[in-house]
Design a protein around this ligand. Structure first.
Ligand SMILES: Nc1ncnc2c1ncn2[C@@H]1O[C@H](COP(=O)(O)OP(=O)(O)OP(=O)(O)O)[C@@H](O)[C@H]1O
Ligand SMILES: [Mg+2]
Length: 396
């Protein structure tokens, strides 16, 4: 058996931790320095081309983070990088392209992460650090935590609640993580009805008086749907005068984010100002629409509202019940949206409504739903993607 001497052990430890970044602007450098604190980090000036040059002679690294801004054909440079980069080195990129399709292509060829510029510390902490270092930075604020996904419908009945419930269930099933389903329709919320459970007064109390909501609030207000998924919802009278405060919403979300890996939120539209913190903290905001004129018009307005609150890169358009008889053609929808919808779920027939009436999740009743939710789960959790393409052999 080979005995590893202490210096060798130290060297291999250093390699295990060594992250080299090539970036061309001071802001990115500063953000990476802060966000990847605690690793054996080197930050150099340059782009992917400088990274390729370095790897020709120096491959003893654990991860590479490099800028592709200004590179006309990043895939050609990536091929060159793959030729010199050891397969076990994690490769993350930074660039200017904000298109999801570009991100997907990069993920499909085996890159670890892609971050659009301008980099923010939040982005590095939330997206890059866990993938490179498998942890979050020390000393983060107490409310940092679970990944928030907000779901809202551009028109009534677009399927927001159905998608929220089933996405929460499938996310938990796929990732084995703890998932909270938070229904912010306190008066006419349908999540509880669809899941066949009865909520209590806990959520309203917590949202109105954050001082009264401690961690026990979760014990009281969260209804266990299965071993990984909890529902937090309310069933207040329609004539109740609610006094939901922004502080309350922030506090409840903070508590949930400490306890759950994912928080899927069914969001009322239009957004009351008090729930803006939810949008701000969301990593994904799914705007659902159906192939109807009303949906199209509102989807545009809703996307703008989300963008104004949280930024453009969080918003995903989900066309639900696509190809439903009588609906607008796909080309018309793409034209009106200015792009193809990011996600599409076809019309899944009457089984979906039957599930609602039975008070069971549609996932248990409509077998095709799972397949159509899978790409959304993948988008959110970044796992379970098809590992194909020759790059896959080259990049881990
Ligand atoms: N892809 C689909 N195929 C077929 N039926 C669907 C699909 N998605 C949702 N439905 C059905 O459409 C109806 C409305 O769905 P849901 O209540 O989830 O919409 P919503 O956007 O939450 O509505 P609301 O505006 O009332 O909150 C339900 O009966 C649901 O089962
Ligand atoms: Mg609903």
């Amino acid at each position: 058996m080979a005995v590893v001497s202490p210096p060798e052990e130290a060297a291999s430890f250093a390699t295990r931790n060594r992250i080299v970044c090539f970036v061309n602007d001071e802001l990115s450098a500063a953000v990476l320095r802060k966000g990847l604190e605690g690793s054996n980090l080197t930050i150099r000036r340059g782009t992917i081309r400088n990274a390729i040059r370095m790897l020709e002679t120096d491959t003893e690294i654990f991860a590479l983070v490099t800028d592709i801004s200004g590179i006309d054909d990043p895939f050609t440079e990536l091929e060159r990088l793959a030729a010199v980069c050891p397969p076990d080195v994690l490769v993350a990129l930074i660039g200017e392209n904000r298109e999801i399709t570009f991100y997907r292509e990069l993920m499909e060829i085996g890159l670890t992460e892609y971050l659009p510029r301008p980099l923010t510390r939040d982005l590095v902490l939330a997206q890059l650090r866990p993938k490179l270092l498998g942890d979050m930075a020390p000393g983060l604020p107490a409310d940092r935590g679970g990944h928030v996904i907000s779901i809202c419908g551009a028109q009534g009945g677009a399927g927001a609640t159905s998608i929220a419930i089933n996405l929460a269930l499938q996310l938990a099933e796929t990732t084995k993580a703890k998932v909270a389903l938070l229904d912010l329709h306190l008066q006419n919320g349908e999540t509880a009805v669809m899941l066949g459970v009865r909520p209590g007064p806990g959520l309203r109390i917590a949202l109105e008086n954050p001082m009264r909501a401690d961690t026990l609030f979760l014990e009281r207000a969260a209804i266990e749907i299965n071993e990984r998924v909890c529902l937090i919802s309310a069933d207040e009278d329609l004539d109740a005068q609610l006094d939901i405060t922004e502080a309350g919403v922030r506090h409840v979300l903070g508590l949930l984010r400490q306890r759950f890996n994912y928080i899927v939120v069914d969001i009322p539209v239009p957004f009351p100002p008090s729930i803006h913190p939810v949008i701000t903290l969301s990593r994904h905001v799914l705007v659902l629409l159906e192939a109807e004129v009303t949906g199209l018009r509102n989807a545009h307005a809703l996307r703008t509202a989300v963008t104004n609150i949280a930024g453009k890169d969080r918003v995903f358009t989900l066309l639900n019940r696509a190809d439903r008889a009588g609906g607008l053609p796909r080309a018309t929808i793409a034209k009106a949206l200015g792009a193809e919808p990011d996600m599409v779920i076809p019309d899944l027939g009457k089984g979906m409504t039957q599930a609602v009436n039975l008070g069971i999740p549609a996932l248990k009743h409509v077998s095709k739903l799972r397949r159509h939710l899978a790409p959304i789960v993948r988008e959110i959790a970044g796992i379970g993607a098809q590992r194909k393409g020759w790059f896959r052999r080259l990049f881990r």
